[in-house]
Design a binder for this molecule. Structure first.
Ligand code: UDP
Ligand code: MG
Length: 315
């Protein structure tokens, strides 16, 4: 019998985990078992500060299909997912959120596509739930920008909800970068991909841990880990600004030499200095982002630290 491992990262999800375990239990028994699959659930507790750890302990003794990992602190969803990927041993791995926003009844359809030969079956959001108009627009423009800067296919309404074949999992385990951006990594590994549409549900309890600051951080991470296009942008900015400055210099020279017009210096010089200063700081900032990445990756620290790995003995 083939095994399907369901991996769910959890950060302060104590209120959602009992419902998640129950829903997964029903899915395994009523849908996956009749289809001929054994299912397991692996929850990665990403250094939660609420009762997640105690709840997981209780759920583990209650449900024979539920295993969990406690990370030593909060490493962020991207890294918590790697912990799950490292320790999930099914023939296929399904990644879901712990807040029940991803409908579990899509999983049998994902499995069917997988059996048809697709290695990466991703969920495609039909709508974005209770998201604000602003967040929706910003997110779409961001993915457009990212798409334009890389030849890889970046899909706008696709998140981490997906089924990955063992082959993809083996490769993802080899990518040990600490500053991770899973969406970029899933695109980078390639393989045969197929989308399955789904409707996002609202969070059952608690609130999203991705506030504006965290989303901006993740967006910068997404760009700097996927593409070096901003560095090229800095070069082009330099070339364009130098060209404009040169044209302006010619105009000023002509005006002075041919027409003998006196140069009115102060405001012009101030504007030019401020503009160039801004461009230089922008370019430095862009370079800085990449240097920061080199710095943190060159330390070769592990992307996460597991405090406990609690698994039922394999059947
Ligand atoms: N999550 C995590 N570590 C974090 C933040 C979030 O493991 O530092 C988990 C969280 O428990 C949930 C998933 O990542 O299962 C998605 O998080 P959330 O629901 O807060 O984000 P949103 O759905 O708003 O994008
Ligand atoms: Mg959520």
């Amino acid at each position: 019998m083939k095994t399907i491992s369901i991996v769910a990262p959890a950060y302060n999800e104590a209120a959602n985990l009992p419902a998640l375990a129950e829903a997964v239990g029903a899915l395994l028994e009523k849908k996956l078992l009749p289809m001929g699959y054994v299912g397991r659930l692996l929850i990665v507790n990403d250094g939660s500060s609420d009762d997640t750890a105690q709840i997981l302990q209780q759920l583990h003794s209650r449900y024979p299909f539920l295993d969990y990992i406690n990370l030593s602190r909060n490493f962020g969803k991207e890294n918590a997912l790697l912990a799950g990927i490292d320790h999930a041993d099914g023939d296929a791995v399904v990644i879901i959120d712990s807040d029940l926003q991803h409908p579990l009844d899509v999983i049998p359809d994902m499995i069917k596509c997988w059996e048809d030969g697709y290695d990466d079956v991703y969920g495609e959001r039909l709508d974005r739930g209770k998201e604000s108009w602003m967040r929706r627009k910003l997110s779409l423009s961001y993915y457009n920008l990212l798409q334009r800067s890389t030849p890889m296919e970046i899909l706008p309404n696709v998140g981490d909800f997906r089924l990955l074949d063992r082959r993809c999992i083996r490769i993802l385990r080899e990518l040990r970068e600490t500053q991770r951006y899973n969406k970029g990594l899933f695109a980078w590994i390639g393989f045969k991909k197929k989308g399955v549409p789904y409707q996002t549900a609202d969070r059952t309890a608690g609130k999203s841990s991705f506030n504006l600051r965290r989303l901006i951080r993740l967006s910068i991470e997404g760009i700097s880990s996927t593409t070096t296009a901003p560095l090229r942008f800095a070069t082009w900015l330099g070339i364009i600004v130098s060209f404009i400055a040169f044209c302006y210099l010619l105009i000023v020279l002509c005006k002075t030499i041919i027409w003998g017009e006196p140069v009115r210096g102060y405001p012009t010089i101030l504007c030019v200095i401020l503009f160039l200063g801004g461009c230089q700081l922008l370019a430095l900032g862009i370079i800085g982002e990449y240097i920061a990445r080199i710095f943190s990756e060159s330390k070769h620290r592990p992307p996460y630290i597991a405090r406990d790995i609690v698994k039922h003995p394999s059947p």
